[in-house]
Design a protein around this ligand. Sequence first.
Ligand code: HEC
Ligand code: HEC
Length: 303
Amino acid sequence: MKALLPLSLLFMAGAQATPIAMPDQSQLKVPGVAAAPQFVPPAESTIPDNAFGKLVREGHALFVDTRRLMPDAVGNGMNCSNCHLDQGRMAHSAPLWGAYPMYPAYRKKNDKVNTFAERIQGCFQFSMNGKPPAADSPQMTALSVYAYWLSTQAPTAVELAGRGYPEVPQPAQGYDFKRGQQVYAEQCAICHGANGEGQKVAGEYVMPPLWGNDSYNWGAGMHRINTAASFIKYNMPLGRPGSLSDQQAWDVAAWVNRHERPQDPRLVEGSVEKTRLKFHANDGVNLYGQKVNGVLIGQGSTR
Ligand code: HEC
Ligand code: HEC
């Protein structure tokens, strides 16, 4: 952890529940200092042996095996648990127990108050590049029941330490593709492949892809360099979270997110430029609709 933090941040780190801007959750604002998580979700062994417990187990299965169990709803190679680690339990990995008690909530992204089901539908549409199941479908109920159960004894409408992906401030030097490419080759390619293609065994991904057709699309939160840097800093390389510097996290996030991926499903009149103006111009730090080395980014992947 870096020294020389502003005093105010240090105080926030000590507080269990930090005040947040409840009205706008289009981008979670978690303080740059990751407060030590206190909440412990229930152990799997305590799932009750009844109708409720059966739904918890179903929701868990859908969360970790999404692509295989919900082929109609998933349009890429991902499972929910690829980005919400340890089956949605891991602090600083947008855990389900940090999320469930905070809904319904207004989101700027779709300019309305979202129920928890609507929030999950957002991840289906963008992160999973798919078609969200109906809010009252059995699958959505099971996913919500799993999140509800993980939140057992959590307070309602209180931001718990460990929610979301803690913000990693942009370093003074910004980000650099060349440095990012080097971090990628040295620390990521061994699992995610030299071309971000992931790894398959018997046709199923065992390492998720980071770009290309089977990755999250241009509308997903992870396409923001700042969000990817946060996820990466606190969760990657797998098994060694926190080992990258802020600079390395930003550089490699920029490298990953300068590659093509499925088009933003909200594409406006077939125009990347119009889509950038409407949805990306004020959405964190991102490359959608920008030129890198003279090439327009955001045209959508073809492989
Ligand atoms: C490609 C990565 C990725 C995948 C796959 C993914 N998500 Fe997410 N999810 C995110 C990001 C990024 C956020 C936003 C976190 C933020 O704003 O800091 C998020 C947010 C959420 C939230 C709200 C968290 C909160 O604290 O408010 C829920 C709930 C959620 N996802 C559920 C799911 C479910 C269920 C699936 C599978 C259907 C899924 N996600 C798949 C990346 C992903
Ligand atoms: C030891 C193997 C390994 C290494 C090394 C590794 N990852 Fe991962 N990564 C994974 C696995 C496995 C997941 C999915 C986690 C899960 O499903 O539990 C993942 C998930 C991800 C995700 C979110 C899911 C997706 O596909 O978009 C991103 C982004 C990511 N890694 C980036 C990186 C970056 C950048 C590095 C290098 C700094 C890195 N990873 C190093 C194994 C690894």
